[in-house]
Design a protein around this ligand. Structure first.
Ligand code: TPP
Ligand code: MG
Length: 617
């Protein structure tokens, strides 16, 4: 039995019938297809999607943004559901490159279907084709190769029979997932083929909870039993594996404290007695002091980015050892760890049995409690800095945090806010804190918020976005309005890049090019540029208001919550008043030679700090 369909129609028919199952729960894996049509996909994929509404189509404004929305959708569903993205050839396709890199770095499944130049070739060069005198087997879509976990070009219709199952295998694999790119030449999309019926039937992909090796588990348990100062680092893998309850039990029984990476924040509620909060460059003093002294790190679902390891300076105990639980072998082996390659939830449960009876000493438990209490006081202090307008970012975060419900989702990605939020945000439910910090991509915020709202239409989504990020990518407000997806956007306007301006100054420079000012006498020394964010957001269809004080912000949040439409609250924020860093450091190389005394001083400090960077063999 076969069904005669175009390649594009066959792809749609296949994708809409792919399901995943874990813990007895089944989900349709591809919820829909985001896209922007051009001549490279409108007659192929466009025709197929119009004919078959089984894979719902969503029109976006920018291809990069649609991939961000797809990645955010996958992240918000703990990777159990995903989206497809279709683009035209050429610029439509390459606009997706940044999104693809973001998805792969954050280990989030997105399926990209860029249009491609003719397989038949006789009419080349076609509009938007990059030519090569060296080969005819190249197109701009080759740019996706290093940032795709699986990449293929469909030159003949029957290739989809072997390519699509590979694509879905990789996308649904907890260890291998990321961006998957299937390039679809314009002519091949429209070609007819007799698809086997079997290929188009429902298929359920079981998401395994792989168990780790028994011998390694015993060794890990021995190492933990021998540890006096152990610390857990919870990464995104804890959330994706839905291992929070298992982790909570493990931490309670053993008394080991839990620190959280950006991706892992919310693994435990902020008020869990073992949660010492954010770790690393943007960490709390408690987590960073415990990391510095730790003799054993149990890393769960973390890829140990430099923000987590404070550029390898976080762990200073000479006899530090690592045990890693990770579904991905590549991550499990990092830092010469005992590598427990397996599912986080299952492995944590088994490890708890293996260390039964172990508990950290009383003095260590007291220390954790003290560090936690001190930190809560510090958070309150930062929330309670009441300055005349422009008010501080810390106060704004406190107001939004205290206003939101535990089931609400806060989202952010780039600028100075991720660091402050990592430290300050009191997350109360897994998934309530959505930070894209693998790529820290400006412009993710609003598009990502839309993806999150599509995943959780019943939950309120709060997007915190800087003025710089907003200016880079705000246009998906229109898509949110179009889809009836309500976002609560809070735009913090500090007239430029507070984050990079601060970084520039800490490197001994003067912050050139980090404030939005008129050019004057050759420099950006003029007045602030008069950007009217309220008018800008209103022109895209959002409800808007501008506030100045904390009480005005509270009133605006109340009003926005009652609305069914997306709203943008604009608030001017102090550029220089920053939440400090605590007990940590980040490696940003400083100029080795310079005429500036400030740069020379910064370089000397830098060279000193670098001495703490370690290798782990
Ligand atoms: C796409 C992209 N380009 C550049 C950067 C580098 N960068 C990181 S933060 C930042 C400034 C962000 O400005 P804004 O959103 O206003 O946040 P603020 O720093 O003021 O808090 C820049 C340019 C980035 N992360 N992403
Ligand atoms: Mg800014």
């Amino acid at each position: 039995m076969t069904r005669r369909l175009t390649v594009a129609q066959g792809i749609v028919a296949f994708l809409k019938n792919q399901f995943v199952e874990r813990d007895g729960q089944q989900f349709r894996f591809f919820e829909g297809c985001f896209g922007i049509f051009g001549h490279g996909n409108v007659a192929g994929m466009g025709q197929a999607l119009e004919q078959d509404p089984g894979l719902r189509y969503f029109l976006f404004r920018n291809e990069q943004a649609m991939v961000h929305a797809a990645a955010a959708f996958a992240k918000a569903t703990f990777r159990m559901r995903s989206m497809v993205c279709t683009s035209s050839i050429g610029p439509g396709a390459t606009n997706m490159v940044t999104g693809a890199a973001l998805a792969t770095i954050n280990r989030l499944p997105v399926l990209l279907l860029p249009g491609d130049t003719f397989a038949r070739r006789n009419v080349a060069p076609v509009l938007q084709q990059v030519e090569s005198p060296q080969t005819q087997d190249i197109s701009v879509n080759d740019c996706f190769k290093p940032i795709s976990r699986y990449w293929d070009r469909i030159q003949r219709p029957e290739q989809v029979l072997t390519s699509l199952p590979e694509a879905v295998r990789v996308l649904t694999s907890p260890a291998e997932t990321g961006a998957v790119t299937l390039c679809l030449p314009q002519d091949v999309q429209a070609e007819a083929f007799d698809f086997p019926e079997e290929f188009l039937q429902k298929r359920v992909w079981m998401i395994p909870r792989n168990r780790c090796d028994g011998t390694l588990l015993k060794r890990a348990a021995e190492w933990i039993r021998a540890a006096r100062r152990p610390l857990i680092i919870a990464g995104g893998g804890v959330l994706y594996s839905e291992a929070s309850a298992a982790l909570s039990k493990f931490a309670e029984r053993t008394g080991i404290s839990v620190s959280e990476t950006q991706a892992g924040k919310g693994s435990l509620s902020y008020d869990h007695p073992q949660n010492v909060g954010a770790i690393g460059v943007t960490g709390t003093p408690g987590a960073n002091i415990l990391a510095r002294e730790a003799d054993l790190i149990l890393g769960i679902g973390t890829r140990y980015s430099d923000f987590t390891t404070a550029s390898k300076t976080a762990f200073q105990n000479p006899s530090i050892r690592f045990v890693n639980i990770n579904v991905c072998e590549f991550d499990a082996y990092k830092h010469a760890a005992v590598a427990l390659t397996g599912d986080a939830r299952t492995s944590v449960e088994e490890l708890l049995q293996a260390v039964a009876g172990y508990k950290v000493a009383e003095d260590y438990r007291t220390k954790i409690a003290t560090l936690r209490a001190d930190w809560e006081k510090e958070v309150d202090r930062i929330h309670d800095v009441h300055k005349d307008p422009p008010i501080t970012q810390g106060e704004i975060i406190g107001i939004v945090n205290n206003f939101t419900e535990p089931s609400d989702i806060m989202l952010c990605a780039a600028g100075s806010m991720p660091g402050d939020l990592h430290k300050l945000w009191r997350t109360r439910q897994p998934g309530g804190y959505h930070m894209e910090y693998g790529y820290s991509c400006m412009g993710y915020e609003i598009a990502g918020g839309l993806g999150v709202k599509m995943a959780h239409p019943d939950r309120e989504v709060y997007v915190l976005v800087g003025d710089g990020s907003y200016l880079m990518m705000a246009q998906e407000i229109i898509t949110a309005v179009q889809e009836g997806c309500k976002l609560n956007i809070v735009l913090l306007d500090n007239h430029g890049f507070s984050s990079i301006g601060g970084l520039s100054r800490s490197c001994g420079n003067e912050g050139m090019g980090t404030e939005y000012r008129y050019r004057k006498n050759g420099k950006y020394d003029g007045d602030l540029l008069p950007v009217d964010f309220e008018a800008n957001a209103a022109s895209l269809g959002a409800l808007t208001c501008r506030v100045r004080t904390g009480s005005e912000l509270k009133a605006a949040l109340i009003a926005a919550r009652k609305q069914s439409r997306t709203s943008v609250i604009v608030i001017e924020t102090a550029y220089d008043e920053r939440v400090p860093g605590y007990e940590s450091w980040w490696d940003v190389p400083i100029a080795e030679v310079s005429d500036s005394e400030a740069v020379k001083a910064a370089r000397a400090k830098y060279e000193e700090a670098r001495k703490k960077e370690r290798y782990f063999f």
